[in-house]
Design a protein around this ligand. Structure first.
Ligand code: 89Y
Length: 339
């Protein structure tokens, strides 16, 4: 199979890392960039040696011969760009969160399916090496049957400096980080059968909520508590790490700061470090996430090459997105929602 040719739509904060991550992989070739403001696309094209740039997305899709497109724009344009791209190409990748509301996201999955287009969501947190290793230990059975878990993303990192639009979102932390954290909950502990969520806005300078606490019962009967905050001033800042504790009948697994995983059984505690591969193009503040982009892209690429099914297809990711918006419903009603 020759190189798969692709285009990137959107040249904002995440695109240069996403492109650098694609460059780590064999078998793909970035041939075009689209951005509403062409100068931004031109700058990125120069940096990554991309032959064509456009400020008209449809013109790009008409002129270029593409195997897939990677949509790296803000959430509001995910659906229109997915709709447009799926008229021209057979494979579409879109950033998280898939859509700005559940109905729109469900329609994205349906539209691509109706057109026989493979649709993927770039959901990268589950590809972070500490979380992959956590799952391996969980699956080994060493801690027995899990009865409770806690997934924590609580930080005071000035996230609005790099991504100012996040401060303008009416729905912030559940869409931005909840889409990752609820996906991690599903990845590690399976599907929930109910949830109760509470949200809060602490930072007066932002529109949406910056705190969300979600309590779920999972299909296997275990309890899962997901806590998220961008208002946390803690002894040790953990951005961008997700911290996890799983307690089972025979022991516990704890993912702590600095990628340390502690496994405790009645025989004692052992510790491993699950550091990610660090790439020189990564922003040091985001290195853990940037590293996982490579693995997430590889997983999608292997599906495009018919080697295996990707973990983050639209069909899978819609289950995470449903949870995100069910959290808002639950918080608005202050009720437990049963599925
Ligand atoms: O947008 C978010 C993401 O996907 O990872 C961290 C982030 O940049 C800010 O919360």
């Amino acid at each position: 199979m020759g190189n798969l040719k692709f285009a990137v739509m959107g040249c904002g904060f995440w695109s240069k890392f996403q492109i650098a991550a694609w460059k780590e992989l064999e078998g793909v070739e970035l041939v075009a960039l689209y951005n509403r403001t062409k100068a931004k696309a031109e700058k990125l094209a120069e940096e990554f040696d991309v032959p064509s740039v456009y400020d008209d997305a449809e013109e790009m899709l008409e002129k270029e011969s593409l195997d897939f497109v990677d949509i790296i724009t803000d959430v509001d344009t995910h659906a229109p760009f997915t709709e447009l791209a799926s008229r021209y190409v057979k494979n579409v990748i879109c950033q998280k969160p898939m859509g700005p509301d559940l109905a729109t996201a469900e329609n994205m999955v349906k539209t691509t399916k109706d057109r026989d287009v493979n649709f993927y969501v770039h959901e990268n947190f589950r590809w972070q090496s500490p979380l992959r290793q956590f799952k391996e230990i969980l699956q080994s059975g060493e801690i027995g049957k899990v009865f409770k878990s806690r997934v924590t993303f609580c930080s005071g990192f000035p996230v609005f400096d790099n991504q100012p639009f996040l401060a303008e979102l009416d729905q912030f932390i559940l869409t931005d980080i909840g889409s990752h954290i609820l996906d991690v909950c599903r990845f590690l502990f399976g599907e929930p059968i109910d949830l109760h969520c509470k949200i809060k806005t602490v930072n007066p300078k932002i529109k949406g909520e910056d705190v969300a606490n979600v309590f779920m019962e999972m299909e296997d009967g275990s309890h899962c508590y997901a806590e998220m905050s961008y208002a946390s001033i803690l002894e040790k800042e953990s951005f961008p790490q997700t911290l996890v504790l799983a307690e089972g009948s025979e022991g516990s697994i704890k993912l702590e700061h600095d990628f340390k995983i502690k496994i405790t059984t009645r025989n004692g505690t052992r510790e491993i470090t699950a550091a990610p591969e660090m790439y020189d193009w990564a922003d040091p503040d985001y290195a853990l996430i940037h590293s996982s982009i490579v693995d997430c892209n590889r997983d999608i690429l292997q599906d495009l090459q018919d080697k295996k099914e990707s973990e983050t297809t639209g069909d899978d990711n819609i289950k995470t997105i449903r949870l995100v918006y069910q959290c808002y419903d639950s918080a608005a009603k202050d009720e437990k929602l049963k599925f």
